[in-house]
Design a protein around this ligand. Structure first.
Ligand code: LLP
Length: 904
């Protein structure tokens, strides 16, 4: 009687192939070895419930023979693949019964819910018959348990009054069942296999638990047996921060409380059925969501404790197909009973309300399609009835977007930047759950996908791994079973060039202060990728991202132009390449002085103007000049609010309404506009951004007949975490080619910075000290925000590895911090590292863009120096020194190491 049970549920895809059944057998053995007795709850083969339902519908018209034969065939095939000697014999009694029921439906010419439940139960009955035969054949003594002898539907209606729901979507008791425990304790077989989805009612008739009901069955069995654990084995390795099918960068949720998991499941995640949680929660049985294809991956653990840590948004969920009803009235103000009346009216129509928001003159409700059969007639009747109390208005199709997590009210202040995603968007209703587990926005359905992406990016794009947040879906998919970022043995990711040059890097770091190292080959590859875009006529490198002479040299060689934002940048480029064709030099200053603009023209650069004032105040500068205009398309994008450069809150560009004043001003000063420019932000990882800018600029160009160039700006993002997908350049190109076809004779330019250099750079710094404070481990390195300010300024994520111990397992979780006197001097939070010791060289990856160029001498500490690593096989390494940098030298280098070229 004192058996320790583990209930393992396997979904449709998990029971559909012989290979997966091998995994099931291995898992059952493993649980036995752990001293647990496994009860396997199995679904029907993938797609089988649909086939059975369709077969029954055909039977009513006596056309079911082929469909039935196909169902039989599918099971016999799996039986053969499982190596059963005579699958037909194994399945014979069930198949005979199924065909009798189909015949019955064809004779009666009808199939009511009672019959439907009986027929559909065969999906699970057949799959479990095969499973038992297979496991027995593997030498694992296995018993077949008819779930209908153990799970009994709650009697909600007397037998006469049963609705289709009582047969097709029943719920069961989940009290502990000593009789069942005793019965199974007497059963000698080591493993018990039973069906998901099915149960019986008090009359002994077969009932179903509704679609997704196998999860619920597993929870019921776990509850009734008092199991030690319940495992849901699916084709997804756990619960994620968003739907991974939509967002590959969605992160694994390692641990959740029951409430959170319930909320995530309810709010749209399809991995887990929401009804499976309450029985487990009641009996405090931990739930593990695991993946049959990756049995070693840790998955998600749902338990009473949930994860450590305070309030946090854990997921962005969405549901489409929502109907909203807005009810306007003035009669409600200080009236008694108005809400009671409208809700009574809604109840009379048998409609369940999901969310509600009220004001003195408006009540808006949302109706969930999952809970209601909302066809046109139902809605029409409801609106007609409601019209007696108020003016009802229908808003559909709508979508709900929910931020889910515990204690959201406590972190509203942190959500400020996230809520910017709703800028310029019609939000029909906002609700905050009374349980403080979700904040939900109702918007038009067509907005939902884009919003989920945007919100997810803002919330999780840069979040560190922690006890709650695991690796990205794409990372798990790319890395094979259980791979965690930062660990050894993973494949090379884009930007991982440094793995192959570890020895070179360790040699460079030896005895030197912190150092940025740039890989020439990676810069070249990125440049070639952009030069390959057919739609783009000119690529100008945005010098601000990284002005290392060696890096500029590579890009110059490849024929790129240069975009500069200051006179020193212009002079730096011209100092390096005195012969540079002025057409390759673009000057894009912002709030510059008259002298700067004058100097830009004098140096021969193309000058971009982004305000009317220079033209009005200094018309003499522009006489006979060809200029570019920087316009503001109105909507900014990018990885952080500080880098979104459009919209009224951004200081850049001319607003559309100012364009009317331009012709007069241009006439006055005698300038000709030959190019239009827009740059909406930096670190953009969706391709449609530039197509939209091109469309906007092409529209504006109609006002300026001399325009030959549309400069779409920079902003091309790169994957920052291992596993994130790179920009789809082919899709970008295709979009822009369409735009070009529509605007013949116009050149398209781009001016990327980050894309060309970010992944080429790593920062090397030695560990100074390691410290433990309570739960937190700090690994201190020689340099911090004085060399790399992006984590502190934008919460940016840069992968960090212990380069000295790259082959050791990443078993330590630590904050990697610098020596600067600021609490924000953190290069990476909660990183998994090979345990670090003083003197180890840490590598901070993806730091080729906006690293050294944004560094400072804060605390009078010199920032890291710079080295360009030549292509493999070449003999030269270029070291950047103090020759042009006003005190930015490479401190502590041997004499001469800081200047010019050096053998390497
Ligand atoms: N063009 C203009 C007019 C720009 O303002 C910028 C960058 C670019 C091109 C190049 O953008 P990119 O391709 O690198 O995204 N410090 C921030 C990035 C600031 C970008 C400023 N403007 C960061 O570390 O993320």
């Amino acid at each position: 009687m004192n058996q320790r049970w583990a209930v393992l549920k396997f979904g449709g895809t998990s029971v559909s192939t012989a290979e997966r059944w091998r995994t099931i057998a291995a898992l059952a053995e493993r649980r036995r070895a752990e001293g647990l007795r496994p009860l396997l709850v199995c679904s029907a083969l993938a797609g089988m419930s649909d086939r059975l339902e369709a077969m029954l519908a055909l039977a009513v018209e006596d056309r079911h023979e082929a469909a039935l034969a196909e169902i039989v065939q599918r099971h016999l095939e799996l039986g053969s693949a499982l190596g059963l000697a005579d699958p037909e014999a194994t399945l014979r009694p069930d198949l005979a019964e199924l065909s009798r029921l189909a015949l019955g439906a064809s004779l009666l010419r009808e199939a009511g819910p009672r019959l439907k439940a009986r027929v559909m139960a065969f999906g699970e009955l057949l799959s479990t018959r095969l499973g038992v035969a297979y496991l027995d054949g593997c030498g694992i003594p296995t018993a077949w348990l008819d779930a209908r002898t153990a799970l009994v539907a709650r009697d909600e209606q007397p037998a006469r009054a049963r609705t289709p729901r009582s047969y097709l979507a029943a719920s069961c008791d989940h009290d502990r069942d000593e009789e069942l425990r005793a019965r199974l304790a007497e059963e000698p077989a080591a493993v018990v296999v039973t069906q998901g989805f099915i149960a019986r009612n008090r009359e002994g008739e077969t009932v179903l638990l509704g679609r997704g009901g196998s999860d619920t069955s597993a929870a019921y069995f776990a509850a009734r047996l008092g199991a030690e654990r319940c495992e849901i084995w699916t084709d997804v390795p756990g619960l994620f921060t968003a739907n991974p099918a939509l967002i590959p960068s969605a992160r694994l949720l390692r641990a959740l409380s029951y409430e959170e998991a319930q909320e995530i499941a309810t709010m749209g995640a399809k991995v887990l059925h929401p009804r499976s949680i309450p029985p487990l929660r009641r009996h405090r049985i931990p739930l593990h969501v695991l993946c049959t294809d990756r049995p070693e991956a840790p998955g998600t653990i749902v338990s009473e404790a949930g994860p450590e840590g305070g309030p946090q948004v854990k997921a962005v969920s969405s549901r489409n197909g929502i109907t909203l009803v807005a009810m306007e009235t003035v009669g409600m103000w200080q009236e008694v009973g108005f809400l009671a009346e409208v809700f009574a009216c809604i109840a009379r129509h048998g409609i369940s309300v999901d969310s509600v928001s009220t004001s003195e003159t408006n009540v808006t409700i949302s109706l969930d399609p999952g809970a209601n059969a909302l066809d046109g007639a139902v809605i029409r009747d409801l609106l007609g009835d409601l019209a007696r109390h108020c003016e009802p208005r229908l808003i559909a199709p709508a979508a709900s977007i929910s931020l889910v997590g515990r204690g959201i009210r406590a972190i509203l202040h942190e959500l400020g930047p996230v809520l910017e995603a709703f800028e310029e968007l019609k939000v029909h209703m906002v609700t905050q759950s009374a349980s403080d587990l979700n904040l939900t926005f109702f918007v038009d359905e067509e907005q939902s996908e884009r919003l989920v992406r945007q919100l997810h990016g803002l919330l999780f794009g840069h979040a560190a791994e922690s006890a709650v947040l695991g690796p990205a879906w794409s990372e798990l998919r790319a890395g094979g079973p259980g791979r965690e970022s930062g660990g050894p043995g993973g494949g090379f990711e884009p930007g991982d060039w440094w793995r192959g040059r570890r020895e070179d890097l360790l040699a460079l770091a030896a005895g030197r202060p912190p150092l940025y190292v740039y890989d020439a080959e990676t810069v070249e590859e990125a440049a070639r990728a952009l030069l390959g875009l057919v739609a783009i006529d000119r690529v100008l490198y945005s010098v601000k991202a990284n002005n290392h002479p060696g890096v500029l040299g590579i890009l110059h060689e490849l024929g790129l132009g240069f975009e500069c934002v200051s006179v020193p940048e212009l002079e730096h480029v011209l100092g390096l390449f005195p012969e540079l064709d002025a057409a390759r030099l673009l000057f894009t200053p912002n709030f510059a002085t008259r002298e700067e603009i004058e100097r830009g023209f004098a140096l021969g650069a193309r000058v971009t103007i982004d305000n009317l004032q220079p033209l009005a105040a200094w018309p003499e500068l522009f006489g006979g000049r060809e200029i570019f205009l920087r316009l503001d398309p109105g909507q900014g994008r990018g990885h952080h609010i500080h880098v979104r450069t459009a919209g009224a809150q951004s200081k850049f560009g001319l607003a559309a309404e100012q364009l009317d004043e331009l012709p007069a001003l241009l006439d006055l000063c005698g300038a000709r506009v030959v190019g239009l420019h827009a740059h909406v932000g930096s670190g953009i990882r969706t391709t449609e951004a530039w197509g939209e800018v091109a469309l906007f600029l092409a529209g504006a160009a109609r006002r300026f007949p001399a325009v030959r160039v549309l400069d779409l700006g920079g902003g091309l993002g790169v994957p920052e975490r291992p596993g994130q997908l790179p920009l789809d350049l082919a899709a970008l190109d295709a979009g822009l080619r369409r735009c070009k076809q529509a605007n013949p004779g116009v050149e398209l330019w781009m001016e990327p910075g980050r894309f060309l250099v970010a992944q080429a750079g790593v920062l090397l710094a030695r560990v100074t000290q390691v410290k433990q404070k309570g739960e937190v481990t700090y690994v201190g390195v020689e340099t911090g925000m004085n060399s790399l300010i992006r984590p502190a300024l934008y919460g940016a994520y840069h992968p960090i590895v212990n380069l000295s111990r790259l082959d050791e397992p990443a078993t330590q979780v630590a904050h990697v911090v610098g020596p600067i006197c600021e609490t924000g001097d953190i290069l990476g939070r909660s990183r998994r590292l090979a345990p670090a010791a003083a003197g180890d060289v840490m590598l901070i990856a993806g730091t080729g863009a906006y690293g050294r160029v944004m560094s400072s001498r804060y605390n009078m500490r010199e920032p890291a120096g710079e080295v360009l690593l030549a292509k493999r096989g070449a003999t030269c390494t270029t070291v950047r020194g103090d020759e042009d940098s006003g005190g930015r030298n490479v401190a502590g280098h041997p004499p001469g190491a800081g200047r010019g070229r050096q053998g390497g």
